[in-house]
Design a protein around this ligand. Structure first.
Ligand SMILES: Nc1nc2c(ncn2[C@@H]2O[C@H](COP(=O)(O)OP(=O)(O)OP(=O)(O)O)[C@@H](O)[C@H]2O)c(=O)[nH]1
Length: 314
């Protein structure tokens, strides 16, 4: 696919438009700082503050400033040169983490547990993934494992209808582990390729959440000792630094194997993906740049990095 095809252009434009608020913070900040000709301590300090404000994290901020201090101190430097250094550093951190979700056909089905706080975009992401897998010719099933809220069950059912994918659900207050067991049993019987299990995301009660997820995993392992094959944490980019806390908690309560970051359209906090990558090193499977199905896109680190820092030549 070339850059000029409509599909690539449209998702790229959504990403760029979405990240434009982060981009503006960074690129306008750089233009403000690098007005003087020679790089000095004050400029380096302002740069460090700017990168922290833009949610890129302390580690990235100190590394970039240390690199510039070493290579460019007392030399002329333009905002564009700093943007290039920044884009390269961000790409270097995120490149090893970009990993498309791979469905192993040896797993029958491949079981994906979706975790994350309520409102993070979990259900929407499940719907988008269901559609994408279905379009690849896979047989997909959904399990409404967030049995606490009627709205969560209904929403998953809507996605099921929309994508033509069966949904296993119970009534509100039902046992999530029992439901997951039934779903896996049905999926095995129906020769399903991918089973996506929604879960409740009540962070307020960490030990409750841990018990619930542990029980769910224990129960489905009675049917398939290798399940779940992926545990995907869905994070909302607009929560900024909160996404770091959420990752910490979910990593403690579940064996998170990768992340999807949603709502990168329209936030000034997109830089948090860099801080997340640096701190936890979890694979990044996809990013969400809007509410419709085609807005879930495999993560492209360099494109993301350049859009984030505001390099325009894309
Ligand atoms: N702009 C934008 N909105 C999104 C994206 N992903 C999800 N949303 C919206 O975010 C809201 C919350 O998404 P849900 O999928 O309901 O979130 P959830 O984590 O399942 O939350 P509950 O259903 O409340 O548990 C919905 O209005 C979605 O349409 C995205 O990438 N961009």
């Amino acid at each position: 696919m070339t850059d000029s095809t409509p599909e690539k252009r449209s998702w790229l434009q959504r990403l760029k438009a979405g990240l434009s608020r982060s981009k503006t913070v960074i690129s306008e900040g750089l233009t403000g700082i690098f007005t003087k000709r020679k790089l000095d301590d004050a400029m380096l300090e302002e740069l460090e503050d700017l990168l922290i404000t833009a949610d890129l994290g302390v580690a990235m901020a100190s590394r970039v400033t240390a690199h510039l201090a070493k290579t460019r101190y007392d030399k002329d430097i333009s905002p564009g040169e700093v943007q290039d250094v920044l884009a390269r550093e961000v790409t270097a951190i995120l490149e090893p983490l970009a990993r498309p979700l791979v469905i192993d056909s040896a797993n029958r089905p491949h079981v994906i547990l979706m975790v994350g706080v309520n409102g993070s975009g979990k259900t929407t992401t499940i719907g988008k993934l269901a559609r994408q897998f279905k379009d690849q010719g896979k047989r997909v099933m959904l399990a409404a494992g967030d049995t606490f809220r009627a709205a969560a069950i209904e929403q998953l059912q809507i996605w099921g209808t929309r994508t033509g994918v069966p949904v296993i659900a119970s009534k509100v207050g039902g046992d999530a582990a029992g439901l997951a067991y039934e779903a896996l049993e049905a999926a095995q019987k129906d020769q399903i390729d991918v089973l996506l299990i929604d879960t409740a995301g009540r962070l307020q009660n960490k030990s409750g959440l841990m018990d619930e997820l542990a029980k769910l995993v224990r129960v489905i392992r009675k049917l398939d000792p290798t399940a779940p094959h992926d545990v995907i944490l869905v994070l909302d980019a607009t929560t900024g630094q909160n996404a770091l806390n959420q990752t910490q908690v979910f990593r403690d309560v579940a064996d998170v194997s990768g992340i999807v970051m949603t709502k990168l359209d329209g936030t000034a906090k997109g830089g948090v993906l860099v801080a997340l990558g640096e701190k936890f090193g979890l694979p990044i499977h996809a990013i969400g740049v809007g509410e419709s199905v085609e807005d879930l896109h495999p993560f492209a680190p360099e494109t993301f990095a350049r859009a984030l820092v505001g390099i325009e030549d894309m």
